[in-house]
Structure formats: structure tokens, C-alpha cells
Design a protein around this ligand. Structure first.
Ligand code: TYM
Length: 337
């Protein structure tokens, strides 16, 4: 059985990087791999590694679920659930895996270094142990494939490592060694203000990202003011080298239009950004607006989303319970006779 597992944190708004690097690929996978099982989690337990507004967390969780559905994830085909609704099992497996994770490996995680910054001594244990919880998320369902953006690759590699350690320790091919699935051109969408920085939820300036909830005027304004260089667009894809902002905008255009970068470069060869940017805005609005509208509609009826999340949590628990049971047997815990 092939099983896909992935997730997003309910922190702030989802942006174009989340959509092109992950969510769009989940939808493509769902439509291409009907014989796979698809599990998409809203990872609220990861979100609390930094303090969250208690009055907004549940709403943010529903919003992420609404975004999944609005983008095209079908709750009849896929399991959509909040991590904390199966939190007992995720946290329990995390502990078992933590006993098999080397600190040296955690020390190499670039996301921790980025998030903790210079103040690593004051960072919480949860932030440090975050990749172990992510490994538990994936292995609790014995997933085979994990579609993510480039920035999560290192965490999936750690998961593979922990799965191998577990299998080796108990001398059984128990866990699948999950494959990171990093698809398409837009695996790392960059900031609109600086083509060398990732588009991210935590970046200070809202002008650096396009949120899935931005309206048409906001999108047009952000693209109009996006940083560029003074040269016209190149004649070849190679001509994008050393031009991170141009490369990013062309990549976004290619990913949204379903074309290759070479096709987009051919279409706009020698043109000025002033000609390209309005076309990019138009395309972005065309692709994002229907999704935003559906998200808003879904959020009007939270009872329906709650029903989807509750049923998803039951289905997720039904898959996870026997897997965790076997893990405990392998470890050798006492069991009621
Ligand atoms: P999160 O919530 O930061 O991001 C969700 C997904 O969006 C991708 N992404 C991007 N892709 C391209 N360009 C960007 N600028 C960009 N920014 C974000 C991320 O790679 C991710 O796929 N640790 C994960 C959540 C998680 C998870 C898991 C994922 C927890 N457990 C188990 C997979 C499996 C995270 O923080 O993603």
C-alpha cells in the first residue's frame, strides 16, 4: 500500500510558496495516484513550538483545512485532520523515536538554526525536537511518500534516517523509508523583495509574499513593486543565472501556467519587466481568486469543516492505532495478558 502524508502549520496565512511548493502538488498527486492513500494533516502541534494566539488557533486550523479543500483536495478521497486530534499517538511515537535520534543530527537542522537564531540557548525543547515530531507524523502512518517544498527535504531525510535506525534496532523492515516528493519547478519560491530569500510566513514585510487570501488589487500591487533588475528578460533559461528576482518571477509564471521555464522565457524574451509584470499579476489572480472565494465560502459554514476534520481524525486514528501497537510490541513493553 502506497501512502502519502504531508502537512502544513496553521500559522498566519498560506502563501504562494506553500501553494506552488506543496499544496498544488498534493492535488496533482491525488488526481494522478488514485490507488494511493492520501493523508493531509494540519500540524497544529508543530505550530505551538512558537507561541500562538489561543483564541485564533482553532480558526487557523479550519482555515488551513479550507485551503486544502479549496485547492482541490477531496475529503472523500483524502484524510484531512488536525494533528492534535490524534495528538496522543503522535506524541507517543515521537518519544519512542526520540530515544533513537542522535543529537548531532538535530544540531545540523537548518530550520532550527534559522528559527532559533542567535538565541539558541533560549529556544524551547519543542522547537529543537520539532523534526522528531515530524518523523513521528510520517511514520505513525507508515507513509511511503512525503510531498513537500525544498525547505523540508532535510527533515524528511532525518525521518528516513530514524526509520532505518528503528528497523535496524529491531531487525525488521517495519517502517517504510519514506521518499520526499519535491515536484515541479517552484520547489523554492523566493521573496518578492529579495530573490535570495525564501518566501515565508514569518518574513516581516507582507510585500515579500502573495497570500492566498490577497485580493486582486493587492496581488497586482505586490507584483508591481516586486524587486527586479534593470535588464530586459533574457533569451534563454541560462540567462536567468545570477538574476534571482527574474528567475523567481519566471518560475512563478511557469508553475502557475503549467508551462516550462523555457516556454515562458521564449514568450517574454527581450521584454521589459513593465510588460511582464501585468501578465504575471493577471495569471496569479486568475489562479488564486477562485481558490480564495471557495475558502471564504467554506469558512462561512464551519460545521461542515468540523465534520470533515472529525471524520478525518477518526480515519487517521484507525490507521495509526495498530501501527503504534506494533511499535510497542517490537520495543517489548508489558502488555495486558
Ligand atoms: P510549513 O507549514 O512551513 O510549509 C508547508 C509546505 O509549504 C512548503 N513551502 C514552500 N515551498 C516552496 N517555496 C516556499 N517558499 C515554501 N515555503 C513553504 C513547505 O516545504 C511545506 O511542504 N515541517 C512542516 C510541516 C510538517 C510536515 C510534517 C510536512 C509537519 N509534519 C510531516 C510533511 C510531513 C512545515 O513547517 O511546513
Amino acid at each position: 500500500m502506497k501512502r502519502i502524508f504531508s502537512g502544513m502549520q496553521p500559522t498566519h496565512q498560506l502563501h504562494l510558496g506553500n501553494y506552488l511548493g506543496a499544496l498544488k502538488n498534493w492535488v496533482d498527486l491525488q488526481n494522478k495516484t488514485a490507488n494511493f492513500e492520501h493523508i493531509y494533516c494540519v500540524v497544529d502541534m508543530h505550530a505551538i513550538t512558537v507561541p500562538q494566539d489561543t483564541t485564533l488557533l482553532a480558526k487557523a486550523t479550519r482555515e488551513i483545512a479550507a485551503a486544502y479543500i479549496a485547492a482541490g483536495i477531496d475529503p472523500k478521497k483524502a484524510i484531512i485532520f488536525p494533528q492534535s486530534a490524534v495528538g496522543d499517538l503522535h506524541a507517543e511515537l515521537m518519544w519512542y523515536l526520540a530515544t533513537m535520534t542522535q543529537i548531532g543530527k538535530l544540531n545540523r537542522m537548518t530550520q532550527f538554526k534559522d528559527k532559533a537564531g542567535k538565541n539558541a540557548e533560549k529556544a524551547g525543547l519543542g522547537l529543537y525536537a520539532y523534526p522528531v515530531l515530524m518523523a513521528a507524523d510520517i511514520l505513525l502512518y507508515n507513509a511511503t511518500h512525503v510531498p513537500v517544498g525544498e525547505d523540508q527535504k532535510q527533515h524528511v531525510e532525518l525521518t528516513r534516517d530514524v526509520a532505518s535506525t528503528f528497523n535496524h534496532r529491531f531487525d525488521r523492515e517495519f517502517f517504510n523509508i519514506p521518499e520526499p516528493v519535491i515536484m515541479g519547478d517552484a520547489t523554492r519560491v523566493m521573496s518578492l523583495r529579495d530573490g535570495t530569500q525564501k518566501m515565508s510566513k514569518s518574513a516581516e514585510s507582507d510585500m515579500s509574499r502573495i497570500n492566498l487570501t490577497d485580493d486582486a488589487d493587492t496581488i497586482a500591487d505586490k507584483i508591481k513593486r516586486a524587486k527586479t533588475d534593470p535588464n530586459p528578460l533574457p533569451e534563454t533559461v541560462e540567462g536567468l543565472e545570477g538574476r534571482p528576482e527574474a528567475a523567481n518571477l519566471i518560475t512563478i509564471y511557469a508553475a502557475l501556467s503549467g508551462q516550462t521555464k523555457a516556454q515562458v522565457v521564449a514568450e517574454f524574451a527581450g521584454k521589459q519587466f513593465s510588460e511582464f509584470k501585468p501578465k504575471l499579476s493577471e495569471l496569479t489572480v486568475t489562479k488564486i481568486a477562485p481558490m480564495t472565494a471557495t475558502m471564504r465560502d467554506l469558512m462561512k459554514d464551519t460545521a461542515e469543516i468540523d465534520r470533515i476534520l472529525a471524520s478525518g481524525a477518526d480515519r487517521a486514528r484507525a490507521i495509526a492505532t495498530p501501527i503504534l501497537g506494533e511499535v510497542k510490541d517490537l520495543i517489548g513493553f508489558w502488555k495486558k495478558p
